[in-house]
Design a protein around this ligand. Structure first.
Ligand SMILES: [Zn+2]
Ligand SMILES: [Zn+2]
Length: 383
C-alpha cells in the first residue's frame, strides 16, 4: 500500500513524484518488468482503467495530509479536492508560519478548523489562522478554557461569526471525497491531553488517524469502545511521549506509518525511547518532523506516498539506540532511497557528491524503481 520517498523538492515535483511512484507500481502490476516504461506511459494516459477503487484515481495531489514542522507542537493540514481542514495550529509563535504554509498550498478557506485540545502547542497558532482564513466550522473539545491562547482562538472565531462547537463522537462529514469522523474521546477526562479530539480520515482505501496528545487511559477506552481505529497512518500521540502509544492501542491501530511531530532538543525528551521501542515492535515506519521537517502524505485512494522536506535515512528516524546512532543501518529491512537527475537520467545515493540541483531531483524508493523508470546508476557512487 505504500511508496516511500524522502527528499526535499518543491510541491510540483512532489506531486510528479507521487504520480510517478503510482505509475511505476501500476506498470509493475500490469506488465511485470519487461516493458515497464511503455506500460507506465499507458497507465499515465489511462489511469482509471487499471484499478477498481471506490475513489477515482486522482488528479495529482487530490488528497494530502501535511504535518507542518512547527517544532515541539502539532499542526496538520488536510486537503481534498480543493477543500481544506486544519487540525491544530502549533504554538502562538508558529501562527505566521502556519499561515504562510497554508498560503503556499493555495488555501484560501478552511472548511474545518479543529483544536485537538486546549494546550498552547495545539491551539496557539489557530488565532492567527482564524484571523486570516474564513472557516466553515470550528471544533474543540471545550467551548472555553482559562488561557489567553484559547480565549484568542475563541475571539477570532467569533469575529467571523462562528461559535466554537464541541462535536460529539460520531460527528462525520465529507471533505471533498474524503470522509472525516470524530471517533473520540469516548469518556470525560481531567487530564487535558486525554480530552483530545480523535479524528479518523478515510480517502478511498487509505486511512489516517489524528490523536492530538491522547494518552494511554483514553487510548485504552477508545479501543474498548470498539471505535474504528485501524488505519494506515497514525499521528503518534503526544509527540512520542512514553505515556502515549501503548501496546493495546498500537495492536488495534496496526499502522504502517507513524508520524511524530516533535521539536529538536525539546526539554521533554520526546520522542521517548519507550514509545519508539513499541513502534519498532509493531513494525511501524516512523517519520519525525524534528528530523525530516514538514512531512506530506499524498493519496490517490489506493496508494499513499510519504515525502518530506529533508532526506533522513529511515534507521535514524527510529534507531535501536536512544542516542540516534542508527545501528540498524545494516538491517535487511532498511529502505535505501536514491536520487535521480531528471535531466541526465542518472541516479545516485543521497550521499553522492555529484547530486543534481534540488530542482532537478526525483526520488526513488529502491534501486529497481530507478532502473524501471529508465534511470542508470551513477558510476561515482553506485559504480
Ligand atoms: Zn502537545
Ligand atoms: Zn497537550
Amino acid at each position: 500500500m505504500m511508496e516511500q520517498n524522502r527528499h526535499s523538492l518543491p510541491a510540483g515535483l512532489l506531486r510528479r513524484l507521487a504520480s510517478l511512484a503510482l505509475a511505476v507500481s501500476l506498470a509493475l502490476g500490469l506488465a511485470g518488468c519487461e516493458d515497464a516504461l511503455a506500460a507506465l506511459q499507458d497507465a499515465a494516459a489511462a489511469p482509471s482503467s487499471s484499478t477498481a477503487q471506490p475513489v477515482q484515481p486522482a488528479a495529482e495531489g487530490a488528497f494530502s495530509v501535511n504535518f507542518i514542522d512547527v517544532g515541539q507542537a502539532l499542526s496538520v493540514l488536510i486537503t481534498c479536492d480543493g477543500q481544506s481542514m486544519l487540525y491544530d495550529g502549533g504554538n502562538v509563535e508558529d501562527g505566521s508560519l502556519v499561515v504562510s504554509y497554508l498560503q503556499s498550498k493555495g488555501v484560501s478557506r478552511l472548511e474545518y478548523v479543529i483544536c485537538s485540545h486546549a494546550h498552547e502547542d495545539h491551539v496557539g497558532g489557530l488565532a492567527a489562522v482564524l484571523a486570516k482564513f474564513p472557516a466553515g466550522h470550528v471544533y474543540a473539545p471545550v467551548a472555553q478554557a482559562d488561557t489567553q491562547c484559547f480565549s484568542d482562538f475563541v475571539k477570532y472565531a467569533q469575529q467571523q461569526g462562528l461559535a466554537v462547537e464541541v462535536p460529539s463522537v460520531g460527528t462525520s462529514w465529507q471533505l471533498g471525497s474524503a470522509t472525516v469522523q470524530i471517533i473520540g474521546p469516548v469518556a470525560q477526562y481531567d487530564d487535558t491531553n486525554d480530552t483530545s479530539l480523535v479524528v479518523r480520515i478515510d480517502y478511498g482505501q487509505t486511512s489516517f488517524l489524528l490523536t492530538g496528545d491522547m494518552e494511554q487511559d483514553a487510548e485504552d477506552d477508545l479501543v474498548a469502545s470498539g471505535a474504528p481505529v485501524d488505519v494506515d497512518v497514525l499521528q503518534v500521540g503526544h509527540h512520542g511521549s512514553e505515556t502515549s502509544t501503548g501496546y493495546v492501542f498500537l495492536n488495534a491501530v496496526l499502522p504502517e506509518v507513524g508520524v511524530i511531530s516533535v521539536g529538536t532538543g525539546n526539554s521533554y525528551g520526546h520522542p521517548s525511547e519507550a514509545a519508539l521501542s513499541r513502534l519498532r515492535d509493531a513494525g511501524v515506519d516512523v517519520w519525525r518532523t524534528d528530523l525530516s521537517g514538514t512531512i506530506t502524505i499524498s493519496s490517490d485512494g489506493a496508494n499513499y506516498t510519504v515525502s518530506s522536506e529533508r532526506y533522513v535515512p529511515p534507521e535514524q528516524q527510529n534507531p535501536t539506540t536512544a542516542d540516534g546512532s542508527g545501528q540498524q543501518s545494516s538491517s535487511p529491512q532498511t529502505i535505501q532511497a536514491y536520487i535521480g537527475n531528471v535531466n541526465s537520467k542518472k541516479f545516485h545515493l543521497p550521499s553522492c557528491s555529484n547530486l543534481p540541483d534540488p530542482a532537478n531531483q526525483v526520488l526513488f524508493s529502491s534501486y529497481e524503481q530507478a532502473v524501471q523508470a529508465g534511470y542508470t546508476p551513477c558510476s561515482n557512487c553506485l559504480g
